[in-house]
Design a protein. Structure first.
Ligand code: SF4
Length: 441
């Protein structure tokens, strides 16, 4: 025995501690999401649609480090706010085994060239066919053959902040289509960047997925299509969903211009309890919102809740006068429309949208991590930022706790996830306000 071999025998390199407890997994295919999954607020991660069949495939909720020797492939879905986290993680792993996809690689594939062997752009549900294509940057291929790998994920992690839902009630989600057809696209929206056409999933495929979801008996199901009622055969689809999930309360996105009385009745008869509509910036006129007031009135008449999301452009609420003007208009719209749920988001100029051209000079790579819609990152001054965050929260709290809401909309303090979340936020923001109320920015 040579001296070197003798030395090698004494090292720890051959000891694999996990082997003492379990059979060591080899040839692993691991799905990851950047930023890391939020167990307090989330839905089935979209990477489940991409993960291929096989016992060696897994989804990791934690973006921890793995031993490259055991792994055949890392399949990483990267959203803009997870870019820095992904780069740090990728720097510690074998680039030849990394495949990336999702919004950020679709828009900026060149930013991934040094971190991944393959960069997939746009929607993908057939990984094998997608990766067979030559070149480092490829378009995702959709064949509607593979069901999402829900078996790799615990649906109990799903949580949604919505009216009436108790924390322990199960929520599932489904996409019956991806993308959006509207022309020109709304200037803030990143959906057409990811998929500029409305790709409706074949009805037989939707049916197979519904059979999979029905086994979980969810109390709620979110239909995640960007604009469900834009599909020509949406009525057939909602009947099918209700047939498979008769006890489930459904909610979905729609645009006001697609809702007519006959359609609203069909939605109501088929288990829809809430529709999410974009009020967007209340000081701007949107083509899709020309019929917003009539649509919301129709929903009320048929007993369907309306969930209105609104956008705050931070550059429009600088200073007391501008902020008062904006929020007075917002409260006026709430009083006219009486939505059961409201949800504020700060404007985020997405690369690839019309807004990006207007704002890109204010956005730095360091800002990507703030693409959570709750941070007005276009503003540099931290006190102003905090005040803006407070006032966006406060205007929602004010509405939910108003006499108007209690008398004409519904009870707020029901202990549902919406109420609980806002009580938590109130505690956080009250502290913030305590600290900043008299600080001049
Ligand atoms: S906001 Fe809705 S209607 Fe507008 S482009 Fe996005 S998905 Fe389409």
């Amino acid at each position: 025995m040579s001296e070197n071999q003798a030395y090698g025998e004494k090292t720890w390199s051959k000891i694999e501690f996990s082997d003492l407890l379990t059979a060591r997994k080899r040839d692993r295919v691991i799905g990851l999401t950047f930023p890391e999954s939020d167990k307090a607020l989330g839905l089935e991660p979209s990477i489940l649609h991409v993960l291929p069949p096989g016992d060696n495939v897994e989804y990791s909720l934690k973006n921890r480090d793995f031993n490259d020797g055991d792994v055949r492939q890392y399949l990483c879905s990267v959203y803009i706010s997870g870019y820095a986290e992904f780069r740090a993680w990728a720097g510690r792993h074998d680039r030849r085994k990394i495949v990336v996809g999702g919004y950020h690689p679709t828009v900026f594939p060149e930013q991934f060239e040094q971190y991944a062997a393959k960069i997939v752009r746009g929607p993908c549900d057939d990984l094998a066919a997608t990766l067979e294509q030559p070149g480092q940057i490829v378009n995702g291929i959709v064949t509607h053959r593979n069901l999402p790998r829900r078996d790799l994920y615990d649906l109990g992690y799903n949580q949604q902040i919505i009216p009436d839902k108790r924390p322990e009630e199960t929520v599932a989600s489904i996409n019956t289509s991806v993308g959006c057809n509207i022309r020109p696209p709304c200037d803030f929206c990143c959906t057409p960047v990811m998929c500029p056409k409305l790709l409706a999933r074949p009805i037989e495929f939707v049916e197979r997925e519904l059979a999979q979801i029905a086994a979980y008996q969810p109390r709620y199901c979110f239909i995640r299509d960007e604009n469900f009622t834009m599909q020509r055969d949406w009525a057939e689809r909602i009947r099918l969903i209700h047939r498979y999930l008769p006890e489930t309360r459904l909610y979905l996105f729609a645009s006001a211009n697609t809702l007519r009385e006959e359609g609203v009745r069909t939605l109501r008869e088929n288990g829809v309890y809430m529709i999410c509509l974009g009020l967007e910036d209340p000081t701007v006129e949107y083509r899709k919102n020309r019929h917003l007031d009539e649509s919301v009135a129709l929903l009320k008449r048929y007993g369907i809740y309306s969930y209105l999301s609104f956008i705050v452009d931070p550059t429009k609420v600088i200073g007391r006068e501008a902020a008062n003007h904006f929020y007075a208009r917002l409260q006026e719209r709430f009083a006219q429309l009486l939505p059961e749920m409201v949800c504020g988001n700060f404007l985020m100029p997405f690369p690839g949208t019309a807004l990006w051209d207007k704002y890109y000079q204010y956005v730095d790579e360091d800002d990507y991590r703030f693409y959570d819609s709750k941070t007005p990152f276009l503003i540099r001054n931290r006190v102003v930022r905090d005040k803006m965050r407070f006032f966006m929260f406060w205007n929602q709290w004010k509405y939910y706790t108003s006499d108007l809401y209690r008398e004409r909309v519904r009870r707020f303090d029901t202990g549902d996830t919406l109420h609980r979340r806002f009580v938590e936020l109130n505690a956080q923001f009250s502290q913030l306000y305590e600290r900043i109320w008299n600080i001049r920015a």
